[in-house]
Design a protein around this ligand. Structure first.
Ligand code: GDP
Ligand code: MG
Length: 598
């Protein structure tokens, strides 16, 4: 097809507003996927993803569509991940498109994620087509939601499409609008090749499969390509389109979307946002907007069974092949032994990796509480970036500590504004802005230390608003604060993996609640266990766990053997996620206790 009949678009939506269902419907309506092959939600095909109802990885689909004008069009749908942790990837997918369907649940309205994605789309100059989804629901209020979109986003909604992805209403109108409202790509076939990578994944047979949009020029099978950020060169083994299964083609032109396989060893070598050009006829400049995704949240991971350290290393190596944003370094903890300090884009990314390590690699891990990166100016020497609280230099060796701040934007029904303000304030938030929208809905913005957000801010926001509020955040920079290292001592030994960095004014309360929590979580032993919180040499809170009085088997009166066995088994199970720290068995929950302080 000529460039004039190509349309590249994505769907932006808040979680659960119907993005995947609509994508499926479009694939069906265009005959791209036969009805009988239609697995529910074709585009979200990772197991984890489906379970959590989130979109983690980007994928693309090429559809052939015969429009009402009688012409044959190619519509490329580029799917975007639906979570703030992956907003860089979202921005690169949007950069590969000329337009976007903005899907808003007509029974809900605009949410924080809708807004964040719309701003990204506007930055990329996309044509935005508003779609009010779920109009089949009795609670749908398309008129109210239209007004909301107009007021918050300033987008004309007179032409908004009323749709039900579930019932198949409005699908034809959506397809026609894509053809008529979204501009065709520019015809830059005669220029040197520049293709934007918007996704990649590792395949153990073919190496990395790279998804891209050709922005300028032409790419052919067998071409020698260069990745402009890394400078590395490869021969194309396989070139194709996604319909949505991979179908090989000989060449792809400006405006088209496809994939290559070129024996690339890890996704790190073909990063999202990088530009593909030809080795023998390279473009002068790469496409704008390339950045390397940086981990923002860190934690320690230790196998409960020390013998499995090599397995953990191997598993991380494998995951890394497919995840350029994951970082890991060996860490030796005096309390926990050998493990890794791992870095993630955000909390969801962290949870996904942890879950995969446990599920797919069958590892039992003790995971320490998440931390952020602190910027420390020492009295002498160069600036340090500290991702592990136990590495914070002592006060006499440091001039200042700075911590990352984010702007958090929330959208909530009016009645929860008070409780969300209170939450933000107790998390050291600085009020920025509040606006009333339609029908008692409010936007609320705060600047917060990222450290306070990565604990349980999201869960608290959800529970305080009964699930009605939504939030987004983005990094705004580093700020100096009077921060201190809080050490936890179990049985008089400091436990490095429980150390944390807290604001001086909160240290006393955090220390007190933490030792109380640990007292609940650590089981009784044959001896008394002192628990303390300290700043430097100063103990600020202390408790103890009394010694165990009775042996668990004493109950059995020495008689019933099978009952004895059962009890022992039960005990063993309870011990599964324990780490022996000195002579004390500490359960996994204890390392996360800081996330559950009230
Ligand atoms: P996503 O998170 O944006 O990808 O949303 P999904 O497509 O996974 O949809 C979330 C939920 O809303 C699922 O249970 C869908 O079945 C449901 N859903 C999607 N579209 C519609 C619709 O038009 N009407 C109704 N009633 N439910 C819908
Ligand atoms: Mg989805």
């Amino acid at each position: 097809v000529p460039v004039a009949r190509i349309r590249n678009f994505c769907i932006i939506a808040h979680i659960d507003h119907g993005k995947s269902t609509l994508a499926d419907r479009l694939l069906q309506a265009t005959g791209t996927v036969a009805d009988r092959d239609m697995k529910a939600q074709f585009l979200d095909n990772m197991e984890l993803e489906r379970e959590r109802g989130i979109t983690i990885k980007l994928q693309a689909a090429r559809m052939n569509y015969k429009a009402k004008d009688g012409q044959q069009y190619v519509l490329n749908l580029i799917d975007t991940p639906g979570h703030v942790d992956f907003s860089y990837e979202v921005s690169r997918s949007l950069a590969a498109c000329e337009g976007a369907l903005l899907v808003v649940d007509a029974s809900q309205g605009v949410e924080a994620q809708t807004l964040a994605n719309v701003y990204l789309a506007l930055e990329n100059n996309l044509e935005i087509i508003p779609v009010l989804n779920k109009i089949d629901l009795p609670g749908a209020e398309p008129e109210r939601v239209k007004k909301e979109i107009e007021e918050i986003i300033g987008l004309d909604c007179s032409g908004a499409i009323l749709a039900s992805a579930k019932e198949g209403i409005g699908i034809d109108e959506i397809l026609e609008s894509i053809v008529h409202l979204i501009p065709a790509p520019q015809d830059t076939v005669s220029q040197p090749l520049r293709a934007l990578i918007f996704d990649s994944y590792y395949d153990s047979y073919r190496g990395v499969i790279v998804y891209f949009r050709v922005m300028d020029g032409t790419v052919k099978k067998g071409d020698r390509i260069r990745l402009m950020a890394t400078g590395k060169e490869y021969e194309i083994d396989e070139l194709g389109v996604l319909s949505p299964n991979q179908i090989q083609v000989g060449e792809l032109h400006a405006g088209e979307v496809g994939y290559v396989a070129a024996a690339i060893k890890a996704v790190e070598d073909a990063r999202v946002g990088d530009t593909i050009t030809l080795a023998y006829e390279p473009a002068a400049e790469p496409l704008p907007g390339y950045a390397q995704a940086k981990p923002m949240v860190f934690c320690g991971m230790f196998p409960t069974d020390a013998d499995r350290f090599p397995d953990l290393r191997e598993a991380l190596e494998k995951l890394k092949l497919n995840d350029a944003a994951l970082s890991y370094e060996p860490e030796t903890s005096s309390a926990m032994g050998f493990g890794f300090r791992c870095g993630f884009l955000g909390l969801l990314h962290m949870e996904i990796v942890q879950e995969r390590l446990e599920r797919e690699y069958n590892l039992d891990l003790i995971i320490t509480a998440p931390s952020v990166i602190y910027r420390v100016t020492p009295v002498k020497g160069e600036i340090l970036y500290i991702d592990n609280p136990s590495h914070l230099p002592d006060p006499q060796h440091r001039e200042k500590i700075e911590e990352p701040y984010v702007q958090v934007d929330m959208i909530t029904p009016e009645e929860y504004v008070g409780t969300l303000m209170e939450l933000s304030q107790t998390r050291r938030g600085i009020f920025k802005d509040m606006k009333y929208l339609t029908q008692g809905r409010t936007t609320l913005s705060y600047e917060l230390p990222l450290a306070e957000v990565v604990t349980d801010f999201f869960d608290q926001m959800k529970s305080r608003s009964r699930g009605y509020a939504s939030m987004e955040y983005h990094l705004i920079g580093y700020r100096e604060n009077p921060l201190v290292r809080l050490d936890i001592l179990i049985n008089n030994d400091p436990v490095d993996s429980l150390a944390m960095i807290v604001h001086r004014d909160k240290a006393y309360n955090v220390g007190r609640s933490l030792v109380e929590k640990l007292k609940e979580l650590i089981p009784r032993h044959q001896f008394k266990i002192p628990l303390q919180a300290a700043i430097g040499s100063k103990i600020i809170a202390s408790e103890h766990i009394p010694a165990l009085r009775k042996d668990v088997l004493a109950k059995c009166y020495g008689g019933d053997i099978s009952r004895k066995k059962k009890l022992l088994q039960k005990q063993a199970k309870g011990k599964k996620r324990m780490k022996a720290i000195g002579t004390v068995d500490v359960p996994q929950e204890a390392f996360m206790a800081v996330l559950r302080l009230d």
